[in-house]
Design a protein. Structure first.
Ligand code: ADP
Ligand code: ZN
Length: 432
């Protein structure tokens, strides 16, 4: 079932016409209303009239995260504050946060795309949505909230934290859809299991998990432990928050709402646009957003696009699971390493829990990478020799995947900090 048949299953020519029209409008609004774009266009000798179809998008300049920072707080707003009804920010652990503004129409748009995403996991008006994404400046909580409301489902705005109480509510209210980060899902599972809850006997049926990178093996772990269908949801504050796209039950990539968010993949070093299937940095243009529209925004997220009709009937552009961000790619002794590659290995290993930490340090002039993995309760009673074998197995699997030497250490159960929102797993001591 689709939320919006007309928009999610467009023909190629229908989609192109829609995107072209929207792009023309966007370029005009950005040029007229946002001094940053007026200047950029003028520098390039570019006028809105030079853009007549979606294919002309390559003529347009990129927008970077630093451009948003330079124009903090409201310099990138295309409408007067009297038309802005809501603002959100990214968590931005360093420096000033990035701000997204929303007009009434933008909130409508957010509700629409989030309704599509929740419908992708099978949510209907009869469902009870347990929304454990944080409410507040973070986009996760309210984004899911608006979408669930648009569908007419019952939303439990439980937000993050107080995990035991969450499990109780989930049980008593009969939650059927779970929305939170994948790492928090595992924490919920762990706490619930300690409370003696069998998740498979609860009415929970599916979940939209995202806001942080996670691997397919992590998905399998979550599905097995909670007895639900676990689908990937993607989004970012700059573009709208959650709702940029979501997987369907085919699990063949994230369906992007490409009538509103136009995706491209570029080579992050050269800016060259790459053909479908090639891995690079995702660039998104917000075709219809009013308050904070962005032209060719460089997301720093690494993925590849998959065009073509999906078995679910949708023709919206799909993208591969996010492999990492250009800014969380680790360079260890010259080799590019994404934390998600290490997670893929860890989640498959018997006797360990999907809680881990990656520590990078520099000893002399050499980078050293160490992976700490939690063993489970069963493992802890095993012989030292067996523990060593597990460590060796993990070590050799990671080494053969990455081609560099790593250290692996099993640590006691429950010693790695659990997260209620986005997990922090990488500790790079080289830059501290
Ligand atoms: P911040 O992380 O600074 O708080 P956001 O909350 O806007 O900012 O987070 C957006 C980022 O989160 C994305 O650019 C991406 O890196 C990551 N993200 C969101 N959803 C997913 C997902 N499903 N898979 C991988 N990464 C994701
Ligand atoms: Zn599909």
């Amino acid at each position: 079932m689709m939320w919006n048949n007309e928009r999610e299953a467009l023909t190629d020519s229908g989609k192109k016409a829609l995107q072209s029209e929207a792009l023309k409008g966007l370029v005009k609004r950005a040029y007229d209303k946002i001094p940053f774009y007026t200047e950029k266009f003028d520098e390039l000798g570019l006028k809105p009239a030079h853009i007549s179809s979606i294919e002309d998008i390559v003529k347009l300049p990129f927008t970077n995260k630093t451009d948003l920072r330079d124009n903090y707080p409201f310099g990138m707003f295309a409408v007067p504050m009297s038309e802005v009804v809501e603002t959100h920010t990214s968590s931005g652990t360093t420096g000033k946060p990035v701000i997204g503004g929303y007009t009434k129409k933008d909130i409508d748009l957010w509700s629409e795309v989030m309704a599509r995403c929740l419908t992708l996991s099978g949510t209907t008006s009869s469902d009870v949505v347990h929304n454990a994404y944080g409410y507040g400046l973070f986009t996760g909580g309210l984004g899911v909230h608006y979408g669930a409301r648009r569908i007419g489902a019952t939303v439990i705005p439980v937000s993050g934290g107080n995990t035991k109480r969450q499990v109780m509510i989930m049980q008593d209210f009969g939650s059927t859809i779970l929305t939170c980060t994948p790492s928090y899902t595992l924490y919920l599972a762990e706490v619930g299991e300690e409370m003696g809850i069998d998740f498979k006997r609860l009415p929970l049926r599916a979940g939209n998990f995202g806001a942080e990178p996670w691997s397919n093996n992590m998905r399998i772990e979550i599905e097995n432990r909670l007895g639900l269908l676990a689908l990937d949801i993607y989004g970012l504050t700059e573009i709208i928050g959650p709702g940029v796209g979501n997987e369907c039950e085919q699990k063949t990539g994230v369906h992007l709402c490409d009538d509103h968010f136009y995706p491209e993949i570029i080579n992050p070093d050269t800016g060259e646009v790459l053909p479908p299937g090639e891995v690079g940095e995702l660039v998104i243009t917000t075709l219809t957003k009013e308050a904070t529209p962005l032209i060719r925004y460089r997301t720093r997220d690494i993925t590849a696009l998959k065009p073509g009709k999906c078995a679910c009937g949708r023709t919206s552009m799909r993208m591969e699971r996010i492999m990492g961000r250009t800014d969380d790619m680790l360079i260890i002794r010259g080799v590019n390493v994404f934390p998600s590659q290490i997670e893929e290995v860890l989640v498959r290993i018997e006797g360990t829990e999907p809680h881990y930490r990656i520590v990078i340090d520099r000893v002399g002039s050499l980078d050293v990478l160490e992976v700490l993995v939690e063993m489970n309760e069963k493992m802890i009673s095993d012989e030292i020799k067996e523990l060593e074998q597990v460590e060796l197995k993990i070590k050799s699997e990671i080494e053969s995947l990455l081609g560099i030497k790593v250290g692996v250490k099993l640590v006691e159960p429950k010693t790695i900090t659990r997260s209620e929102g986005k997990a922090k797993r990488v500790f790079d001591k080289r830059t501290l």
